[in-house]
Design a protein around this ligand. Structure first.
Ligand SMILES: *[C@@H]1O[C@H](CO)[C@@H](O)[C@H](O)[C@H]1NC(C)=O
Ligand SMILES: *[C@@H]1O[C@H](CO)[C@@H](O)[C@H](O)[C@H]1NC(C)=O
Length: 511
């Protein structure tokens, strides 16, 4: 009897992980971000799980029979309505950018909750999921779906962890060692950087506590009901946090065990180019500079001055320039510049005539460049991009351009240097072999850890003491205070004692 129950339990646990019902919410409507999530939800459905996904970038692949996609591409316009120039502007403070990102995310979340297809899911009392996967970037609102469906939650980010997600799961994040990825600092921080980093840390905590979290709770409860617990508490129960970075591309750091690095998940096998692109690349005898600022940062929004410098520089280069430019025409376009609204980046980078990739240095673009062995000119705009290029310069795989201050001579010099000096290309190959030297590939790792969470219904056993420790204890304020008080008391007693002995002696002498 007993063994039957055991067998039955084992069987039901196994069958859950064999084919689980998984719900994924991925809200940020940009191609590079979604390319990571697409790879993950596709793979999980191919493993036989019943996957339902809410995303603005559905795959629409009929062969994926275990996949249900809820298309929320209408939310893309919310993203576009927010001022891109604002995000691109390096002179704006990091704190105002964080606030702006939160504001976009409130709107995105409400729009997703308002979607009729998604409503049918979260409002259906009979709907059941074994696991929720959410995009964790800035937005913690969808953590609440774990509470709604009584299922463990996995988080995925298409970059490193933002400071708030480190706080939430108790990951050590000392401001003197690991600046926030939205700050441009890298390596050993100077005094002023440590100063700013420390106060920025405090600001984020205050902002989350007093402004962001109350608003997130309010939005979640509006749609999921007032008995949804506080997001601050739900975040602490996160089962796994997948980050698409690793100690090669970001500064090595201590991580709690629920953080798993998953690089290169979005890379695809190279596809043949269309005829037009193939002949452009084949015929570029001197080589090609491929220029794209990715999907978050769009070239058409770049500052006027920088665009002028680019055009003047490109006109003087012996190369063909392939530029992802999101408009029909480019004023004063030189003859050797070819513009396209969209380009199959991975397939282009694989072409042997590509000499340099001029990129904004988003992680997905970087992984594609390394995979193809192409060195880099980095033009960072937002988020981790500036930190990324600083690290890559140290590896010797590319050079940085500051779009605010660059001159034509500097830009031309740097492009020619990276294009012609073979040492950059050699370093890229070295770096790529380091990146690939892993016991298990990124996507396999995602599947393994996801099924681990399913097998054990979460990772409560991995929850460390850092999640629940309070600030007073963490900063040892209680220990320091008690020690100080004790020391002062001892000194006072000692002083009394010495005074007492001396007066005794004096009295003896005078007698
Ligand atoms: C769909 O899931 C079933 C198991 O639930 C699996 O056997 C089958 O291979 C999956 N098919 C595809 C195309 O993913
Ligand atoms: C998983 O854990 C949750 C929260 O502890 C619990 O409510 C739920 O019943 C568990 N599910 C299974 C299948 O054991």
């Amino acid at each position: 009897m007993c063994s039957k129950i055991v067998l039955f339990t084992i069987f039901s646990v196994l069958s859950i992980s064999d084919s689980a019902r998984i719900l994924g919410i991925f809200q940020t409507p940009t191609t590079s971000t979604q390319s990571v999530f697409q790879a993950i939800w596709k793979e999980l459905s191919l493993k036989g799980h019943q996957v339902t996904v809410v995303s603005p970038f559905p795959l629409r692949d009929k062969s994926l029979v275990n996949l249900t996609e809820i298309d929320v591409s209408g939310t893309t316009k919310i993203f576009l309505n927010h001022d891109f120039q604002f995000f691109m502007n390096k002179e704006r403070s990091t704190t105002s950018k964080i606030e702006a990102l939160f504001n976009v995310n409130y709107e995105l979340s409400e729009a997703i909750f308002e979607d009729d297809g998604f409503k049918k899911i979260y409002q259906n009392p009979n709907e059941r999921f074994d696991l929720i996967i959410i995009q964790i970037h800035i937005n913690p609102i969808f953590h609440t779906l774990g509470a709604r469906f009584n299922a463990p939650v996995i988080g995925v980010s298409s970059m490193g962890g933002y400071i708030g997600s480190h706080f939430a799961i108790g990951n050590p994040n000392h401001p003197a060692l690991y600046s926030e990825m939205f700050l441009p600092y890298h390596g050993k921080l100077t005094f002023s950087e440590r100063w700013y980093s420390s106060f920025y840390n405090m600001w984020v905590r205050g902002y989350l506590y007093f402004k962001a979290m109350p608003r997130c709770n309010q939005i979640a409860r509006k749609y999921l009901g007032s008995n949804i617990p506080d997001i601050e508490d739900l975040q602490k129960d996160l089962s796994i946090l997948f980050l698409t970075t690793n100690p090669i591309l970001y500064e090595p750091r201590p991580n709690v065990p629920i953080i798993q690095a998953i690089s290169q998940v979005h890379l695809k096998p190279v596809q043949p180019l269309n005829q037009e692109l193939q002949s452009i690349l084949d015929n570029a005898k001197n080589g090609v500079i491929y220029f794209s600022l990715g999907s978050n940062v769009q070239s058409i929004y770049m500052p006027e001055r920088f665009r002028r410098i680019l055009i003047e520089t490109f006109a003087e280069l012996p190369y063909t320039i392939l530029w992802k430019w999101e408009s029909e025409d480019l004023p004063n376009k030189p003859k050797n510049v070819i513009i396209k609204k969209w380009l199959p980046q991975q397939d282009i980078l694989a072409h042997p005539n590509i000499k340099v990739f001029m990129t904004q240095c988003g992680l997905q673009s970087l992984e594609e460049s390394f995979n193809a062995g192409v060195p880099i000119i980095g033009v960072p705009f937002i988020a981790d991009q500036e930190m990324n290029i600083k690290r890559l310069e140290r590896y010797g795989v590319g050079l940085e351009i500051n779009y605010l201050s660059v001159t034509k001579e500097e830009l031309k010099g740097k492009i020619l240097e990276v294009a012609n000096n073979d040492k950059y290309r050699k370093k890229v190959v070295e770096l790529n072999s380091l990146l690939n030297d892993e016991p298990i590939k990124g996507l396999e790792k995602v599947v393994w850890w996801t099924e681990y969470v399913l097998r054990h219904n979460g990772t409560k056993h991995l929850r460390g003491p850092t999640v629940d420790i309070g600030w007073v204890e963490f900063l040892l304020l209680d220990v320091i205070s008690v020690t100080l008080i004790f020391t002062v008391l001892c000194l006072l007693i000692l002083k009394r004692l010495i005074c007492f002995i001396f007066t005794k002696k004096e009295k003896l002498k005078t007698k």
